[in-house]
Design a protein around this ligand. Structure first.
Ligand SMILES: NC(=[NH2+])NCCC[C@H](N)C(=O)O
Length: 193
């Protein structure tokens, strides 16, 4: 954001992570990062180094299906674009990614950051994560998002979140780490052919 201030943020996640320290029900800070980016969180001294750097219209979500009450209000009040799993079912993943890219980078004119929380995937695909929610993206839908964002030529950075190798058994850990690595490779340009 410091290097490309006009960056659009595509946030792929089961959760909106847009609670403020005031609205959070769990008290978990991992449910709050987007409110810090937008500058709508109250002052928390330990996090004063996180400077607001994102406008609500430069943010789009894909994959949401577990959103707290207060978060729904924040999303509405700021007019933030969301493609929940309902829209993934309705339009299909290709159309959703196309609309999401167009929202944050119209005509592919702006840089894109991809934040991919592995819990956007269905827990059957990525079990070793702290807050799994059923009804998520398939293996291919997750990869398609990454491949299509690479193809825009606008990607400048990415992060992959919430792979937690201390959760579930060895098989689940290997499955989750493997799919996580594979998503990163797809985002960086690996293709099927
Ligand atoms: N990064 C995550 N796993 N976030 C889950 C957040 C869940 C819930 N909305 C909370 O604020 O606690």
């Amino acid at each position: 954001m410091a290097v490309h201030p006009d960056t659009g943020l595509i946030w792929v996640d089961a959760h909106a992570d847009i609670n403020t320290p005031e609205t959070t029900e769990s008290g978990n800070i991992h449910g709050c990062p987007v409110s810090f980016l937008l500058g709508i969180a109250g002052q928390i001294p330990e996090f004063s180094w996180v400077k607001p750097c994102l406008r609500p219209e430069r943010l789009v979500y894909i994959g949401l299906r577990d959103v707290d009450h207060a978060e729904k209000k924040i999303l509405r009040d700021h007019g933030i674009k969301v493609f929940s799993m309902h829209e993934v079912d309705k339009y299909g993943i290709a159309k959703v990614v196309e609309m999401a890219v167009e929202h944050v980078s119209p005509g592919r004119t702006r840089p894109i950051h991809l934040s991919f929380d592995v819990d956007a995937l269905d827990p059957s695909v990525a079990p070793s994560t702290g807050t799994p929610v059923r009804g998520g993206l398939t293996f291919r839908e997750g990869h398609y998002i990454c491949e299509a964002i690479y193809e825009t030529g606008c990607l400048v950075s990415m992060d992959l979140m919430e792979v937690n190798p201390s959760l579930e058994d060895d098989h689940a850990v290997i499955q989750t780490v493997t799919v996580g690595c594979s998503l990163v490779r797809s985002t960086l340009g690996e293709t099927l052919l």
